[in-house]
Design a protein around this ligand. Structure first.
Ligand SMILES: [Zn+2]
Length: 211
């Protein structure tokens, strides 16, 4: 056999193997469930395709606040590399383009609720966008249990007031002297005797007066 023919045959064989390999590779690629590859903080994570997901209905402590690191570490332990399912509510994305979702793990656990149960997130509702009543009820029930047990963020002492003012429309509550409290129109205004009473009903503390 001439040397050139020999090299040509080798080349054909290599090309053949590469083609066969790539065919098998494409056959194996089935669209599986999405997975989380990175956790950014207690309520934000990154999907394998690069999209960011913001967990709906909850809010975890901001960076530097007590339990912020615990919440992020817990979320990572809970959802990294697991098979997940995203369930959207009224709005699929927020103004930053992030997906807004309830994140189910192995189709059973709901990560949003688990974080609240552990006292690592508070319920954070947007009445116009968060409409899934069964999920809202689960979130509020989880918060009631975590509160009663003084778990996580609920163990952090907060300067008390003799009453608190809530806004039925936004589901936020304030210290009585907060601008946010003063501006509430009478039909949306609700007064709570204790902070716990507001939290028990699913209201979230104002980010300014931090009741
Ligand atoms: Zn306030």
């Amino acid at each position: 056999m001439k040397r050139r023919t020999y090299y040509f045959l080798i080349l054909v064989i290599i090309l053949g193997l590469v083609t066969i390999r790539s065919v098998f590779k494409t056959d194996r690629r089935e669209p599986g469930p999405p997975t989380i590859v990175r956790v950014l903080d207690g309520d934000t994570a990154v999907l394998d395709g690069g999209e960011e997901v913001r967990l709906l209905g909850i809010d975890t402590p901001e960076l530097g606040e007590p339990f912020a690191d615990s919440a992020a570490a817990f979320l990572a332990h809970l959802i990294l590399r697991k098979d997940i399912r995203l369930q959207h509510d009224f709005r699929k994305r927020d103004s930053y383009g992030r997906l807004l979702a309830y994140v189910y793990i192995d189709d059973t656990l709901l990560a949003n609720v688990v974080l609240v149960s552990e006292g690592l997130a508070r319920v954070y509702l947007f009445p116009d966008d968060i409409t899934n009543r069964p999920v809202i009820d689960r979130l509020i029930a989880a918060q009631r249990q975590a509160l009663a047990a003084n778990r996580g963020i609920w163990s952090v002492p907060v300067r008390p007031e003799d009453r608190y003012v809530g806004n039925r429309k936004t589901m936020r509550f304030h210290r009585p002297g907060c601008d946010g409290a003063v501006k509430i129109v009478p039909r949306n205004r609700i007064v709570f005797d204790t902070r716990e009473a507001a939290l028990y009903d699913g209201y979230s503390p104002c980010r300014t007066c931090r009741p």
